[in-house]
Write a protein that binds this ligand. Sequence first.
Ligand code: NAP
Length: 299
Amino acid sequence: MINENLIIVGSGPAGLTAGIYAARAGLSPLVIEGMLSGGQLTETAEVENFPGFAESVSGLDLMTSMHAQAEKAGVRFAMDAISSVDFSGSVRRLVGMVDTYEAKCVIIATGATPRWTGLPGEELYKYHGISSCAVCDGNFHKGKDVAVIGGGDTALADVIHLAKICRCVTLIHRGDSFRGTKVLVDRVLAASNVRVLKNTQVVSFNGNGGKLESLTLSNGETLSVSGAFVAIGHVPQTDFLKGSLDLDDEGYVCTNGVDTSVSGVFVAGDCANPLYKQAVVAASTGAQAAQQAQHYLEG
Ligand code: NAP
């Protein structure tokens, strides 16, 4: 059993910023990193809209630097995946795969994970051609044809990244207009090796049993590809909180600012924010949560 003052669950921009603020406030926080240290941003090729970087910075470099800053501030880290919590007493209990933790105060900053389509063939060819991370897996398809599914910033950024590596990238979007930022849309439309299919859906993922070979599309086309990148949004990582904190219908933590339904348990970042999902917003709510935690612990 590990007894702590403040535990922060999650190590993306929200968790690390909360850690930096809390450590500098003398709260001696423990950050539980989860299995993907640094969170979703480590899978983003280029970040152009995080303030402070006149040139773009890679998501991995940004998070590595944030981690180093947190360590320097005095944050301690544990690598674990929390599977259940008990927030009913004044001492909050968190049960992980590796250890069990107790703390006076908790900040939840677990973010969100990529959503999958659930279409036929997806489970069979997931990680055998189907991926949710263009930065991680794009190089497997160097010089080959690939597809990206989605119409938001993630899909557009994936297309831009893959167009530099692959022969042809087909963007398949179910809608008529893109949700993503105009600057990214313009770059996608300007790329000579990108084909855009709007108002089109994937019907199935097909292959030889071992690896993905093609997609059947709603326009009747069979699209030959070696890779398909699914970029259709995210699902909050909050299953372990069910029954302990109020969650909305989609699983996002219900909030009032950074307060949750339990006093002394605060929340920051994408697991509570279905609207903005920006690294800078996550970082800002991390700072707010740390300050609320300080008031709670010292008040
Ligand atoms: P998103 O903005 O929610 O977009 C999801 C896209 O997937 C939408 O176009 C949606 O179509 C489509 N979609 C959803 N379910 C689908 C399904 N079952 N089949 C086919 N298409 C489906 O998600 P996101 O692109 O991951 O972005 C999430 C947040 O992160 C956004 O706020 C975004 O701005 C931010 N982000 C920012 C950057 C950056 O560079 N700053 C990079 C990545 C992400 P409809 O449009 O038809 O609903």
